[in-house]
Write a protein that binds this ligand. Structure first.
Ligand SMILES: [Zn+2]
Length: 116
């Protein structure tokens, strides 16, 4: 991959990283707020708990993506970015544009999804 392309993806990954950190922060603040509400209002206990479960799931998902982004940024710095972790072919440029932290090419992705 060319230097200019690497820089392009690095910028995308960095801004995505910032956005996710902000999101997680926001959800965590909201969770803390919900938890304090929970203590004050026993009557609404059930619905608040459901909300916090959904929010926890979102945080969990975002944390996974954050890890994937960190891994991708690490790969950029060692010059390993955009290479499929399974077959070691180049990952399609268009695919990386949609999902810059992708670690598999489209073919391998399908195999992984089917076997899981
Ligand atoms: Zn592959």
């Amino acid at each position: 991959m060319q230097e200019s392309e690497l820089t392009y993806f690095k910028e995308i990954l960095k801004s995505r990283e910032e956005q996710i950190i902000k999101n997680i922060d926001g959800v965590n603040k909201e969770l803390a707020q919900l938890n304090s509400l929970e203590l004050n209002d026993e009557g609404d206990h059930a619905s608040v708990s459901t909300d916090s479960m959904v929010e926890s799931a979102i945080v969990h998902q975002q944390e996974n993506e954050l890890r994937a982004i960190n891994a991708a940024l690490g790969k950029i710095s060692i010059g390993d970015y955009g290479i499929c972790a399974m077959c070691e072919d180049d990952i399609d440029f268009e695919r990386l544009k949609v999902k810059p932290h992708a670690i598999y090419c489209i073919d391998c992705r399908e195999i992984v999804e089917k076997s899981s």
